[in-house]
Write a protein that binds this ligand. Structure first.
Ligand code: NDP
Length: 493
């Protein structure tokens, strides 16, 4: 059906209750919170507002499922089949999942279908495949001993996720945790809980046993905190802001010293040397790097560091591309950008823009709310030039479609500016001299570096940061290490 023909009657019926021990149920308190469509400001559904009582019930169910080995005790090939079936069901429900994601967080429907649903399904398929391919070792000890190094699941893993890629962020954590045999309690972001609940339903349908995958929607300060402080949660896998990441470290230290893995914010530097071959190509990559997903990307190319010799030429080209990224109706298949996630977030982005103007940076394009007649929260693609590397524009994560351009003279200065924030998630360098580019790549303090490309992605590559962008890696075989313990078993022969 064409998006324009959709009416409220054609919307998917949303799951809105918590999924605990294989059954959907309201929060024990009976409280709910509104799931809002940020493109219209209209309420989509009332969702269970779980608090510590619900989290405790979910953790108990997850623990019971773990201890009776209804999941961890299955033959690995059987866990694999179930996770593969789960991936197939995600693909089969692509339209509803994509529409739900778009309605709930404002991203363009074309992206939700071709990126979010596909990547979530591929992630479950990939980790499903690992179930019977990743196993322990026999250590090369003396001839009269046998030393086994076993990989054992941790037990109960709490996953707390943000709203910018709700399904993908959930999949990156839940899939490897399940593949290793753990039970999971997922707390999705309050702004976008709907697809997580749908995933829970599909997991049950695929054959994931009751209690193994629980979903507790709710507020961070209630459900998220309760999970972080719970004495019977063995690990927390968190993606979100650096500020909230700090809370999880405190929760751990105030409770059972559960291990905590943090994927946090970023302030990616996109460095362009004077000798790049094709400025138009660079401009396209910069524009996509900052304006894709409304700039709501932890790896968004939010700082363009460009050699002063080509700065004006590149800024002109990026500004000329900005209209192509002007937000449209997220349900329009032709829209490249949609609504930002909420009015509150729109307010934060506009405040950061106002601070940028006050700092003396030159507003080249954008800087305003747009599509206000829609009733939704939209921000025009925005470019600032002449940004001081020490200013808030260049230091704080805005998480919106706002590009800060900083000039440099020589790659030495570029590296120093690039590394001059508290973050260390992504970085990029473009140059006609590949050797020079790789020298720069080695000096970036970042977990993910792009050379003459941007935002390349594959499930086989680790994703995560250094410094205050966190620690631990999602994706790839390395992510499995977060969700298991090594146990050494000695036998004298
Ligand atoms: P937040 O840190 O605000 O929230 C993340 C999650 O933590 C949400 O589920 C939230 O619940 C919960 N939470 C909030 N406060 C608390 C609390 N006091 N105790 C326990 N849990 C809490 O991040 P956003 O959702 O706003 O997401 C944006 C952030 O995520 C950006 O900083 C971005 O860079 C980062 N991010 C990092 C990625 C990476 O891989 N490094 C990838 C994607 C995003 P609630 O929704 O109810 O507030």
């Amino acid at each position: 059906m064409a998006a324009a023909e959709r009416t409220a009657d054609h919307y998917p019926s949303f799951r809105t209750q918590a999924l605990i021990d294989g059954a959907f149920a309201p929060a024990a308190s009976g409280r709910t919170f509104d799931a809002v469509n940020p493109a219209t400001g209209k309420v989509l559904a009332q969702v269970a507002a779980c608090d510590s009582a619900d989290v405790d019930r979910a953790v108990k169910a997850a623990r019971a499922a773990f201890e009776d080995r209804r999941w961890a005790g299955l033959r690995p090939v059987e866990r694999k089949r179930i996770l593969q079936r789960f991936a197939e069901l995600i693909r089969a429900h692509r339209d509803e999942l994509a529409l739900t994601e778009t309605l709930n967080m404002g991203k363009p429907i074309a992206d939700a279908r071709s990126i979010d649903v596909r990547a979530a399904a591929d992630c479950f398929a990939y980790y499903g495949e690992c179930c019977d391919k990743v196993y322990g070792e026999v250590a090369p000890t003396t001839a009269d001993t046998l030393a086994l190094v076993l990989r054992e699941p941790l037990g109960v893993v709490g996953c707390v996720t943000p709203w910018n890629f709700p399904m993908i962020m959930a999949a990156w954590k839940v899939a490897p945790a399940l593949a290793m045999g753990n039970s999971v309690v997922l707390k999705p972001a309050e702004e976008s809980p709907l697809t997580a609940l749908h995933l829970g339903e599909l997991a049950l349908e695929a054959g994931v046993p009751a209690g193994v995958f629980n979903v507790v929607p709710g507020l961070g300060v209630e459900a998220g905190k309760a999970l972080g402080l719970h004495m019977d949660v063995d690990a927390i896998a968190f993606t979100g802001s650096t500020e909230v990441g700090r809370y999880f470290l405190r929760y751990s230290s105030d409770s059972n010293l559960k291990r905590v893995f943090l994927e946090l914010g970023g302030k990616t530097a996109f460095v362009v040397a004077h000798d790049v071959a094709d400025l138009d190509e660079v401009a396209q990559a910069v524009a996509a790097g900052i304006f894709f997903n409304q700039g709501e990307m932890c790896t968004a190319a939010s700082r363009l560091l460009v050699d002063n010799r080509i700065r004006d030429a590149l800024v002109d080209r990026v500004a000329a591309l900005a209209p192509r990224w002007m937000p449209g109706d997220p349900q329009d298949p032709a829209a490249r950008a949609g609504a930002v996630v909420s009015f509150e977030h729109q307010g934060r982005i506009l405040a950061a823009i106002a601070e940028g103007v006050a700092s003396g940076a030159r507003l080249v394009t954008g800087g305003t709310a747009v599509r206000q007649e829609s009733g939704g929260a939209f921000v025009a693609p925005t470019v600032f030039d002449g940004v001081s590397p020490a200013s808030a524009l260049a230091q704080k994560e805005i998480f919106g479609p706002v590009l800060s351009v900083i000039g440099f003279d020589g790659l030495e200065e570029a590296v120093s500016i690039a590394n001059g924030t508290v973050y260390g998630l992504g970085a990029a360098v473009w140059s006609g001299d590949l050797a020079a580019a790789h020298q720069v790549a080695r000096r970036f303090k970042a977990g993910i570096v792009y050379v003459n490309c941007f935002d390349a992605d594959d499930i086989t590559t680790p994703f995560g940061g250094v410094k205050q962008s966190g620690f631990g890696r999602d994706k790839s075989l390395h992510a499995l290490d977060k969700y298991c313990d090594l146990k050494t078993v000695w036998t004298r022969l």
